[in-house]
Design a binder for this molecule. Sequence first.
Ligand SMILES: Nc1ncnc2c1ncn2[C@@H]1O[C@H](COP(=O)(O)OP(=O)(O)OP(=O)(O)O)[C@@H](O)[C@H]1O
Length: 576
Amino acid sequence: MSAVDVALSPTRKETAQSAGWFNDQLDLCSSESIEIYITLGGSTTPMRVMESDSISSVKLRIQACKGFVVKRQKLVFGGRVLSRTNSLVKDYGITNGNALHLALRISDLQLINVRTACGEEFEFLVDRHRNVGYLKRRIAKKGKGFLDTDPEVYCDGEKLEDDTLINDLSNNNDAVIHLVVQKFAKVWTKPVERDVELSIVAPNLDKRTDGIHEEKSRGMSVLPDRDFFLEPIIVNPRVKLPPFLWKMVESVSEGLAQGKQPIRSSEGTGGSYFMQDATGNKYVGVFKPTDEEPLAVNNPQGLPPSTNGEGLKRGTRVGEGAWREVAAYILDHPYEGRPQSLFRPETGFAGVPPTMMVHCLHRGFNHPKGFDCSSENAKIGSLQMFRKNHGSCEDIGPRDFPVHEVHKISVLDIRVANADRHAGNILLHKDTEKGRISLIPIDHGYCLPENFEDCTFEWLYWPQARQPFSQNTLDYIKSLDAEQDIAILEFYGLDLSPECARTLRISTMLLKKGAQRGLTPRAIGSIMCRESLNKKSVIEEIVEDAMDGMLPGMSEAAFLETVSEIMDATLDKQVK
Ligand SMILES: Nc1ncnc2c1ncn2[C@@H]1O[C@H](COP(=O)(O)OP(=O)(O)OP(=O)(O)O)[C@@H](O)[C@H]1O
């Protein structure tokens, strides 16, 4: 079942019997035992827990009953994501009768194992939204033996039609699908004229029919749809978009003009849409509308809207995620100097994919109140360049990640005080020829928060984070300047609030001071992250101490000077 199915299911309260598993092995008479409710889309399931249960044990029990693997679950309570899984139910203030909202992050990629009639085996990672026709084209590209053939593909003995969606082949979102190819390699085995002729004509026909099937299978018209537009948002007319960003905009626009629909990702708690090019064979961008962010009014996952405007992470605001995404890209300066709009290379030091603000109208986005072509239905959001990937760091252990790849992300996360760096937010790219793995940081909607409360860095626990920065990285860190960064953001029309600007200043200060003292990413990162939910991090304590020492009317510069002194003393103690 996909997240979409869940969201569409009618409201119902599950029977006490179906919830029986939730309550197994619990001392129901204990004074600590409380009843909570797990809501998923429209359904609600009661569950008995102990106040001293950890969030991870609650998730494990959800997995045991419903089969949703722990790493794909996101639990939200009171507008806050329960991301510290070692923390206890009571730490989050959850009490009897409270409802926890469960959002599922189902991977968009499906591992498919294909065996040919000759016993050869191939593995494919395929987007679940694609169909069997698309998979056949991938199989055909795999080697000479498959070229120009129309293989018959079977799953559990049943022949698959081209318009069957990959998603419909799998019930368990983590399973590998095993397929068998029956008919193949006509050209290879029988190089007679008729077959050769067929092989030349067939692929083109296939391509066309597959395209039609693909559209039909999503219940859409194949005719170009005109009720759409896409335009960049440029706040400062002096900003010139670099050619690669224009190219992305053009490519997405051409895709929309050809009737290629935005495809909503099954991953993520907000609405993220893969935007296709004109051929429909390639994703070129990922659009994240502000009104579909978690806790925003049109969130497609059914997360209840925020009551006080605060986002899922402390110190962030609902509806600002897209701007933060763009800010992370702008701040990701290339190694050689600062970005000069037109002349900057496509990606910076950490490799954040190019990201910009756009205005986009399309009926394929989430419009719970209905859709018409008026520009009021157009959505504002971030458009990020789609990066080819082989899944995320959630899918494999960190052992083989190159040290530099981990360090570049640590530098970015520390600078922008990222409150959402979980492994799912780092894409993996494997260069199969060179055997190199590179990491692509995505999802920066919770960077530059107003405070440090929710900073979380997955890489903190990876072995590479214990190694010192290289000289190149140290030089890069040395070149950073928070005041210039704030000015650059302003130039792009991103005026940081005083609180967020303070975060950027303090985290840049910490990164520079830590690196100067030879501290590793882990040592610096640990200063920014809480060990447990209710224990303040070292950086929070430093800020608090500086606040305590503040006199009325003291300037921001004087405040930062105090922070700097306390930070020096703290770091010096750490180095000793
Ligand atoms: N630039 C990109 N290139 C390729 N795939 C991407 C890109 N950005 C996002 N994705 C895919 O879309 C999915 C959802 O995007 P994203 O994680 O940004 O959404 P989200 O709702 O903010 O997620 P989260 O719940 O982690 O906060 C990702 O898991 C990834 O698979």
